[in-house]
Design a protein around this ligand. Structure first.
Ligand code: XMP
Ligand code: MG
Length: 182
């Protein structure tokens, strides 16, 4: 375990098993279709890479980078497009791939945007769900794991751009983030 981590919440093996399970469900869901998987950068990158390798239909991938975080750990309340999709959304079956749903702000913005762009269907798969943080109404179609109201890092999730490369999901020692509440 990394020195800055207080405890591991979800192990590498648990993540791998969950990605296979979600991939199997998504294979059924999109059987005979050609969905557009939209990864939300940067956090969703490891999860997207793992889960998509378990989807056995044709699919297309694209990425979006949005920021809703003004500060280090708290939402600024504003969503800004940093990088837009290269692919046309109209008429497509979209699968949004996210790392975590906390306030729900990022995803409700994206869902509205893709509805406006006339997607044929929109589904959300998220690795983590933190339902206690919700301020915007949003519900994922598929969830890997539910997490408590703690700031989590690893497997894509960062604190000040670090820890994204950890193979598990854990909680930082409070001294690392100066005890700031999440
Ligand atoms: P919202 O609040 O819009 O949040 O649902 C979505 C984005 O906020 C980030 N986020 C976190 N990042 N640990 C992190 O490293 C967390 O506990 C956490 N909670 C929210 C994340 O980028 C997510 O896509
Ligand atoms: Mg994110």
């Amino acid at each position: 375990m990394h020195n800055d981590i207080e405890k591991i919440l979800i192990t590498e093996d648990e993540i791998a098993a969950k990605c296979a399970e979600l991939g199997e469900q998504l294979t059924k869901e999109y059987d005979g279709k050609f969905p557009l998987a939209v990864g939300v950068l940067k956090g969703a990158m490891p999860f997207m890479s793992d889960v998509l390798r378990h989807i056995h239909t044709h699919l297309e991938m694209d990425f979006m980078d949005v920021s809703s975080y003004g500060g280090k750990m708290r939402s600024s309340g504003e969503v800004k497009i940093v990088k837009d999709l290269d692919t046309k959304v109209e008429g497509r079956d979209l699968l949004i791939v996210e790392d975590i749903i906390d306030s729900g702000l990022t995803l409700s913005y994206l869902v509205d945007l893709f509805k406006y762009r006339k997607a044929n269907s929109i589904k959300i798969v998220t690795m983590l769900d933190k339902p206690s943080g919700r301020t915007s109404y949003i519900k994922a179609d598929m969830i890997g794991f539910e997490v408590p109201n703690e700031f989590v890092v690893g497997y894509g999730l960062d604190y000040e751009e670090r820890y994204r490369n950890l193979p598990y999901i854990g909680v930082l020692k409070p001294e690392i983030y100066g005890g700031e509440e999440t």
